[in-house]
Design a protein around this ligand. Structure first.
Ligand SMILES: [Zn+2]
Length: 256
């Protein structure tokens, strides 16, 4: 199993990261992708990847931190992108739900990082909250873009548009909360375009709601996905691991 989006680089894990990673391994997780939010959190993600071979990193400036985007930030992302453990640009995107950062700053950081990823031939990890139209128009404006719409919250038409633009969709513990928009989306997406993620420490799945989320709990996301797709759990694990392998270079099978 791959947890394709997990913020092990936040302070919530400062005290017990070894245990968190060990529990993930025991639960059958063989790859974890840690995305950056701002420059400091990218650096922290890289430190974590040095300690744990199953961890890969995305570097990027999150929409909440978009004011940090400038030429110097771009130079640092380009330098980090040379490293083997850096497999994507992210997380980038637009968040019109919270106005923690001016929308125009978000727009320019998003567009610039989409172009950067294409120049570097890397996939992107996209955060989209109440910004479906502009997020999709952004990737369509940069042909050759690929990557994942993380914690996908759009409807069926938006899902089809994302897939047509070459994107994968990933889902979190929200799948375990009962019926939702995702039910109408999932069967319209080719299974090979679906990824699992926890978005830890957020979006904790049932039966752990109320606790801090962690990558071991991706197993519950896998259960919910196979139930909603009415597909065998093993098939779901194989197809989501293969998708994460193709996109981010994880081994499709657990390392021996
Ligand atoms: Zn995230």
């Amino acid at each position: 199993m791959i947890d394709s989006h997990c913020h092990l680089n936040v302070d919530d894990y400062r005290e017990d990261l070894d245990e968190v990673v060990a529990r993930a391994r025991d639960a059958g997780v063989h790859g974890i992708l840690v995305p950056g939010i701002g420059l400091d959190s990218c650096e922290r993600a890289l430190e974590i990847a040095e300690r744990y071979p199953m961890v890969r990193v995305a570097v990027g400036i999150h929409p909440h931190e978009a004011l940090a985007w400038n030429a110097a930030a771009e130079r640092r992302l380009r330098a980090w992108a040379e490293r083997d453990e850096v497999v994507a640009i992210g997380e980038i995107g637009l968040d019109f739900y919270r106005d923690w950062c001016p929308f125009d700053a978000q727009r320019s950081a998003y567009a610039a990082q989409l172009r950067l990823a294409r120049d570097l031939d890397l996939p992107v990890i996209i955060h989209d909250r109440q910004a479906h139209e502009e997020v999709l128009a952004g990737v369509e404006a940069v042909p050759g873009s690929r990557g994942v719409m993380h914690c996908f919250s759009g409807g069926p038409a938006e899902a089809e548009r994302a897939v047509a633009a070459g994107f994968h969709l990933s889902f979190t513990g929200t799948l375990t909360y009962g019926k939702g928009k995702a039910d109408r989306v999932l069967k319209r997406v080719p299974p090979e375009r679906l990824l699992l993620e926890t978005d830890s420490p957020y979006m904790t799945p049932v039966p752990h709601r109320g606790e801090r989320n962690e990558p071991a709990f991706v197993a519950h996301v896998a259960d919910a996905l196979s139930e909603k797709l009415e597909r065998d759990r093993h098939d779901v694990l194989v197809s989501t691991s293969r998708a994460a392998a193709e996109l981010f270079g994880f081994p499709p099978e657990p390392a021996p």
